[in-house]
Every structure is written in C-alpha cells, then in structure tokens.
Design a protein around this ligand. Sequence first.
Ligand SMILES: Cc1cc2nc3c(=O)[nH]c(=O)nc-3n(C[C@H](O)[C@H](O)[C@H](O)COP(=O)(O)O)c2cc1C
Length: 215
Amino acid sequence: MKIIAMNGSPRKNWNTAALLNKVLEGAASQGAATELINLYDLQYKGCVSCFACKRKGGEHGKCAMKDDLTPILENLRKADAIVFGSPIYYSNITSGMVALLERFLFSNAIYSSEIPTVYPRKIPSAFIYAMNATEDQMDKLGYKEKFRSYENYITRTLGKPIELLYCCNTYQFTDYDKYESAIFSETAKAKQKAEQFPIDCQKAFDMGVQLVKNA
Ligand SMILES: Cc1cc2nc3c(=O)[nH]c(=O)nc-3n(C[C@H](O)[C@H](O)[C@H](O)COP(=O)(O)O)c2cc1C
C-alpha cells in the first residue's frame, strides 16, 4: 500500500507541504508506505501535444516526454492513493501543478467512447488547496466551482471519489513587518495560524487515514 503526495508549492516547509505531510502521517499510521514529491525540485514542462499516448498500437498510459517527471509519472501509475496539494495563485492551482496534471491526466486518458481512462486500477485521491483568501472570500470568488474542473478529470482518471480540503487565510510570511502587506491583518492571520491551522492539520491527518481505508 503506497500513497504519494504531490506538492505543488515551491515552498517546501509552508502550508501546503505541512498539510501534505500530515496526510502522509495519517496514512503511515495505518501502515501505508508514503512518499512526498516536491514538484518545484523537478525540471519539466506541461503536455506538448505530441499525442504519442494516443497512437494506435502505441503505449497508452505512458507520457513520451523525457524529463524529471518521467519516473514520477510511472510511479503514480503504481500508487494506491494520490494526494495533490497546491497553493492558489491568481485563483488557480500553481503552474507546476497544472503542468503535472496535463501530463498525468492526458497520458492516462483515452479518446474512447466506452472508457475514459487507461489508469490500471481504481484508486482514491485527495486535493488540498492553500490560499490567502478567507472562507468568505473563497465562496464569493467562486473558488470551489473553479477548482472542480481538475477534480472531475482526476476522478474520471482514477475512478474513485476525491476528498477535498481548503486551507484558508494562510500565514504567508515569516515576519509580516518586513513586507508590504497592508491589506492583510497580521493579527487575524496569526489567530488563524494558531487556531484554525491545527484543525486543518488534523483534517489532513484524518484524510490520510481515510485514503488508506478507501484504497
Ligand atoms: C503568485 C501568487 C499569487 C497568489 N494568488 C492568490 C490568489 O489568487 N488567491 C489567494 O487566495 N491567494 C493567493 N496567493 C497566496 C497563496 O495562495 C498563499 O500564500 C498560500 O498559502 C501559498 O501556499 P504555501 O504556503 O504552501 O506556499 C498568491 C500567492 C502568490 C505567490
């Protein structure tokens, strides 16, 4: 039983990474082997439309591009559960996460009317979002609806339901005094970090436990 976490934040020790590590801790508590991949350590591009993965008689499920993502994509096909985590940049997941999903989802997709996926098994997944927006702002900006598109493609590929976690009003800097950040209240951010973030971490841990049970 192996669960893989994909960190779509360039920051390896901040909100997204901390939550992903909690998911893995939860999964490990149930006996799963775990791995965290920091996407921003890798050199890779998004899909280049070569369509090698769609060729008749070709190797469906395999991305033909050769770069740092090649072994990761192979390992993702062997995973028993996958958790994706991304900060929100300009109301979207990060470009590193988008590029990964293009490669992973498209290489496992098939233009067939009967089955949409060549992913070898049905496995559960999860997506964790970290953002500056408060929960109210997230709702007003329609973020949940915006994010649904990739979630739908992930479930279509992996075959089992996706669990979601939204971490709002994140603490963004080590020291707010050092940055021009008048639109944010450091006091409110610190309160969120002290009170809500541990709750989000617990939810992430529980998510890891659940993923193993659903796998
Ligand atoms: C380039 C950039 C764009 C951002 N755009 C948004 C945004 O549109 N909405 C939002 O809520 N937060 C936005 N943020 C804030 C991040 O989502 C937030 O700081 C998040 O916690 C970062 O994740 P990390 O702590 O795991 O690195 C942006 C941050 C950066 C660097």
